[in-house]
Design a protein around this ligand. Structure first.
Ligand SMILES: Cc1cc2nc3c(=O)[nH]c(=O)nc-3n(C[C@H](O)[C@H](O)[C@H](O)COP(=O)(O)O)c2cc1C
Length: 230
């Protein structure tokens, strides 16, 4: 039996079958890691390096004093289109208090996800600095915002695209919150939208992705397609 932390050698000599397809049996060696016990302290860097690249939600919300809060979250994705639904996950701070974004989402029920391209990478990271509640990362970094159409928090003017969202629910799981949002409006820079086909110009739109923590990112300008069986 394989125990947590053991190495396992699986299978036969070749990783490929005669037809070139990957075999179920190969000589790969596996480490088995229990993230709930032995590797609990390392769960974050292990998961954050394995589940990559992750999209980055650069979330704008309104603070109680009316200033604009901005912070990036890479525990983020889209989870459906009917209704259009996104989820991101602000973890609590070390002292157990919720992050400003989580507080604002709960209080106002609204947020905007600003997408991040290469040009915005560095300023996006600067907005991850912990400022006192009510202090605006937008003002701190000199970013400019534009009013949203369907929600009160504005979007970041330079973002190639933004998703205006209303909070559907916030699930609290231990020290994490899953903020579930319904997208009420998409704002996308004209050059990235092909009006004739109503599709995003993925040949031009290249958001960056989050790789291993703490500081690794990837570019997405080398995309390729794989035909699906019909
Ligand atoms: C690229 C990037 C991705 C991040 N992703 C997350 C995340 O998914 N969850 C989280 O709790 N913090 C994440 N952080 C850290 C937050 O951005 C940081 O704690 C920020 O200060 C929170 O701001 P707020 O208190 O204004 O909400 C990330 C930071 C960076 C630079």
């Amino acid at each position: 039996m394989i125990a947590d932390g053991d190495r396992e050698v699986a299978g036969t000599e070749s990783g490929l079958q005669g037809n070139g397809a990957p075999s179920l049996f190969c000589q790969n060696i596996f480490m088995e890691l229990d993230l709930l016990t032995t590797y609990a302290e390392k769960a974050y860097p292990i998961l954050a390096a394995l589940v990559t690249p992750r999209p980055i939600a650069w979330v704008t919300t309104l603070n109680e004093n009316g200033t604009v809060n901005a912070a990036p979250f890479s525990f983020f994705n889209v989870f459906g289109d009917e209704p259009p639904m996104v989820v991101f996950a602000p973890g609590n701070r070390d002292d157990g208090s919720p992050k400003d974004t989580a507080l604002n989402c709960k209080r106002t029920g609204e947020f905007v996800i600003n997408m991040v391209n290469e040009a915005l990478g560095e300023v996006m990271v600067r907005t991850s600095a912990s400022l006192a509640y009510g202090e605006s990362e937008i003002e701190h970094t000199g970013l400019v915002t534009i009013a949203s159409s369907t929600v009160a928090p504005p979007r970041i003017a330079l973002a190639p695209a933004a998703l205006e969202c209303k909070v559907h629910d916030i699930l609290e799981i231990s020290g994490n919150r899953l903020v579930i949002g319904i997208v009420t409006r998409v704002q996308v820079q004209d050059e990235y939208f092909d009006a004739a086909t109503s599709r995003i110009r993925t040949d031009l739109y290249h958001p960056i992705g989050r790789m291993a923590v703490p500081d690794w990112y990837c570019k997405t300008d080398q995309q390729y397609s794989i035909d699906r069986p019909r």
